[in-house]
Write a protein that binds this ligand. Structure first.
Ligand code: PLP
Length: 462
């Protein structure tokens, strides 16, 4: 018996895993979740001795309808691109445990999910003799991880829109230096918002969407969450090995609520966790929500941790569904209110004992920079600005009896400017970034006009 997937909005009949992955968003507009959550709490001691890949297979197995041998191969292939045998190693630094999630091809944690998703898409296409054209908009990091996930894959093309001249040089090169035939980088003459609205307009053209089998790789896809659950177990087990503790906490730098939701699922599957610290930068809409019960949209501030500069946290709906006691009609009311008024108000205050698992806090630039400085001076360890936001929140809450694991979501070499600001010099380097300089690249500059982009896609598919 494998899990079926239901929509948070309750108006879609249950789907098989493969359909859930291909659909992304449920037809009723909701997000997909497993109908029943596997309970692994009685097997923790057995899981604890597994390697990352073995653990991955064991955790995914009850949630995926792919034969074990094929799934196993897919996992092996997906993580063979990581530069650490442990895939996501734990590094004790000062009183904390850093879970390094940046050993994949683009040096960001998104590789953990997107390397797997690329192989999964390839397999599903083969099974259904279908093709997939992925269309995405990026302000930088997701684009390169998605491109690395599907480059050179059969029956898949990827079109990534980024705002021309508005992303960093490194970010641009990480995308445009991938020269595989199935990769199309498009620099739109406009802002990131223009990229997103062009993308949404194209997805709204259902005839076009159908004809070109357009798919999306954004973090509402269940397979991305699934792949991320694994490192919560792995990180907890390694930290328990080191400390002898039987419970841990996690600090998670948060934007779209995808990563921390994977942690929330790990807890529901039986991982013993005291707290999930939700850390935001100045875009603190989520931390205000968890402290006051009110979620209300503001405007996006540009910060040194750009992958967390988000107002609408698209995965929050999954959490709200559980918060509403899995009552879809209550959830639909909340989402309708959000669509109408731009705000959600919970009757009960999250964090007021009702959900003491999640503890939220926000971090301003100066505090984030001094955390980077302190870690460098005292432990010779360089945090990237996203990770530093999480670490700052962890330090504010550290408890001696419960070890705290901080998710390191990117390698610092990706964020030269923040590191220079913090340390007065560019002390973080990585071969992958250094070698980008001078590589040949390919990119099409187009006006921010959905008709022009559609025409470009049409021609590329000929
Ligand atoms: C995407 C990203 C985040 C935020 O993760 P969410 O799943 O959107 O909450 C944090 N740090 C880095 C480096 C990222 O790329």
């Amino acid at each position: 018996m494998t899990a079926r997937y239901i929509s948070t909005r309750g108006e879609t009949p249950p789907l098989a895993f493969s359909d859930a992955v291909i659909t992304g968003l449920a037809p009723d507009g909701g997000l997909l979740l497993p109908e029943t959550i596997p309970d692994l709490s009685s097997e923790l001691s057995k899981l604890r001795i597994l390697s990352y890949k073995e653990l991955c297979l064991r955790i995914m197995r009850p949630l995926v309808d792919i034969p074990d041998d094929i799934l196993g191969k897919m996992i092996t292939e997906s993580y063979s691109t990581f530069r650490s045998d442990e895939i996501t190693p734990i590094v004790p630094v000062k009183d904390l445990f850093i879970l390094e999630l940046f050993h994949g091809p683009t040096l960001a944690f998104k590789d953990v999910a997107l390397q797997f998703l690329g192989n999964l898409f390839e397999y599903l296409n083969e099974q259904h003799s279908s093709e997939l054209n992925i269309l995405g908009a990026t302000s930088g990091d997701t684009g390169s991880a998605a491109i690395q996930g599907v480059r050179s894959k059969k029956r898949i093309r990827i079109f990534v829109l980024h705002p021309n001249e508005r992303i960093s040089r490194v970010q641009k090169l990480q995308m445009t230096s991938v020269l595989d035939d199935n990769v199309f980088n498009i620099a739109l003459q406009g802002t990131f918002d223009d990229c997103q609205s062009v993308m949404k307009e194209i997805f709204r053209d259902l005839e076009f969407k159908e004809k070109y089998s357009l798919g999306s790789i954004n973090s509402i896809n269940w397979a991305r969450i699934l792949a991320q659950i694994v490192y919560y177990f792995y990180g907890a087990f390694r930290t328990m090995d080191i400390t002898g503790a039987d419970k841990v906490s996690f600090a998670v730098p948060t934007g779209n609520f995808g990563d921390i939701f994977a942690g929330y699922m790990a807890v529901r599957m039986g991982l013993p966790v005291k707290h999930l610290y939700l850390a935001t930068n100045e875009n603190d809409i989520l931390s205000r929500f968890f402290n006051t019960g009110t979620y209300s949209l503001g405007s996006v501030h540009k910060t040194l941790s750009p992958s967390m500069d988000i107002q609408v946290a698209s995965n929050l709906e999954r959490y709200l569904y559980y918060r509403c006691g899995q009552n879809s009609s209550h959830l639909r009311d909340l989402m309708a209110c959000f669509a109408g008024k731009g705000s959600i108000v919970l009757d009960d205050k999250p964090g007021d004992g009702l959900d003491d698992l999640l503890v939220a806090d926000s971090v301003v630039k100066e505090d984030m920079l001094s955390t980077i400085r302190d870690f460098y001076r005292e432990a010779d360890y360089i945090l990237d600005p996203h990770t530093a936001v999480g670490v700052t929140v962890a330090l504010r809450n550290v408890k001696q009896d419960i070890p705290t694991i901080c998710l390191a979501t990117a390698h610092p070499a990706k964020f030269e400017m923040a590191i220079k600001l913090a340390l007065g010099k560019n002390a973080a380097h990585h071969d992958i970034i250094d070698k980008l300089e001078g590589l040949p690249s390919r990119c099409e500059v187009l006006p921010a006009d959905s008709r022009v982009v559609k025409e470009y896609i049409r021609k590329a598919c000929l």
